[in-house]
Design a binder for this molecule. Sequence first.
Ligand SMILES: Cc1cc2nc3c(=O)[nH]c(=O)nc-3n(C[C@H](O)[C@H](O)[C@H](O)COP(=O)(O)OP(=O)(O)OC[C@H]3O[C@@H](n4cnc5c(N)ncnc54)[C@H](O)[C@@H]3O)c2cc1C
Length: 554
Amino acid sequence: MSASARFRRVASGKADANVAGAGPAGSARQNSGAGGTVHPPADPNVRPKSWWATARSARPARAGGTLGYDCDVVVVGGGPAGAAAAARLAGAGFATVVVDRASFPRDKVCGDFVGPAALAELADLGVTGTAAFAATNTIGECALHLNGDRLGALAIPQVDGLPGYGRVIPRWHLDAWVLDAARHAGARVLGGQKVTAVARVPGAVTVGGHGAAGPWQLRARLLLGADGSNSVIARALRGTVPPRQDRIVAVRAYFDDVAGPAGQADVCLGSAAFPGYCWLFPCGGGRANVGVGMVVSTYPRTGRNLRALLLALIDQDALLRHRLRGARLRGKILGCPLTTYNPRLPLAGDRVMLLGDAAGLINPLNGEGIQYALHSARWAAGIAAGGLASGRLDAASLGAYEQRVHHHLRHDMAFSRFIVALIRNRHLNPVWLRALRVIAARASTDPDYAYRAGCVATGLAPATTALGPGMAAKTARQAMASPRNGAPRRHPARRGQPGHPTPDPSPSKTGGTGTHALTPREFADWAAGAGQALTELTTQLTRAKLVSVRGHVR
Ligand SMILES: Cc1cc2nc3c(=O)[nH]c(=O)nc-3n(C[C@H](O)[C@H](O)[C@H](O)COP(=O)(O)OP(=O)(O)OC[C@H]3O[C@@H](n4cnc5c(N)ncnc54)[C@H](O)[C@@H]3O)c2cc1C
């Protein structure tokens, strides 16, 4: 059976109020073919563009009915965001089709760390009750290392009834489990089908692509773009690719026979890669996910790639060398780009919403995205269900989703963006690394401070709550009271073991992580970026404060 024939069988009994002939003429006009525009982006660098204009001609393998739909919702992408949204919408009774270019189970380049907030979402989706899920490795604490010197370990904080631990779950398993939840809820999953074209037509959206059986086209009432960081749907909606400053590059590899505690994740920072960082996340059974990631604009211009940098760091960082001393590389070192959160870019348009990585819902500070993918799926499904029931699927109505995302994430992400905007300047690395030592030193003696730092690092509590003026004051006091904190603490450990500071690897050894002199233009760009991020943060903090004051007054 051809893919298109399978698509045709997913019929919807529901019709839109704004389908021509089935609702107000005004709505029909508003949603009719050429002439409409997407939700206008506020970013002057982003050109508004009719998103159907980017659609390539999709050759329908089989003609569709004039007013019929193949399904209520087509979800492009069956990763955590798409699968979770499909599970929720299918569970609510909407005919839902998930289309993915891959056939599941499939691999996905990731650090595999699933934090407490993501675990709570997975529990809500009914994914966590199996023996296989329970057997996945739990992480109770995360140790921080700087140039091989262990600064301390932060326990995964216990917040609002969420689990006080994370898990490391290879995506091969995790994504298949979430997609199974979507199937059990009644969604149809079509793997091996790459989407290449989207278009809005009167009263509907069409998605076209091709699989082994040839080209196909699908007509739906609503499109959810959950197709990851290179999203075709986001490009069509926004009419542009993400700005360079929003991009991160990262690589990861699996190692077997890894030494050290299975319940401890390690994050390694150092002059060689900062503001990027290396991680070692144990998967259990002696296996670990090891990788490195950094903001694209801070990547050194050396011609050496990130894979080479990861291998060099594994060779030179004392902690990594210690934990991987008898380990074997399993498979290849694989990389993937990431796009971080940019509040100026639209997340919804007429009959379309972007979720997870496609929406850029990545925390720029730690690269975490699974929890935001799952949150965005819940928020989008709620708004979509209302829109599908009422027939209001225009950009203004779906804009409620964008507001919900901004409401929940904007101030935390503003904080992360500000920090990243600052540390982008590698010439100031000694300053940032000293600040890190100050924070770690304070956290080692002050449990409340450690808890708050842990909340921010894991994205568990709003930065505005966790980081009050109290925390800032404590950090400043610590910095002034103990200038020695800026110096590495020495531990009686042998060279090559954790505790023994690694000498700063030279650029030549690490694949060229050295800095070049900033040109005046680059310096101006950095200062402007930091200023913009600070303005955004201040605005968000003020807004959050006003909301909380209003809440108290009511
Ligand atoms: C190296 C690295 C390490 C990371 N580490 C972590 C971590 O430890 N913890 C964490 O929380 N986050 C981490 N992230 C981020 C995390 O991987 C993402 O945030 C998460 O995968 C987002 O889920 P998603 O469903 O939005 O997208 P994805 O998981 O990327 O799923 C998108 C799906 O869309 C499909 N697709 C793409 N294009 C098309 C198309 N044209 N047609 C049809 N289907 C298509 C893909 O096949 C894929 O299945 C990491 C990312 C990287 C790159």
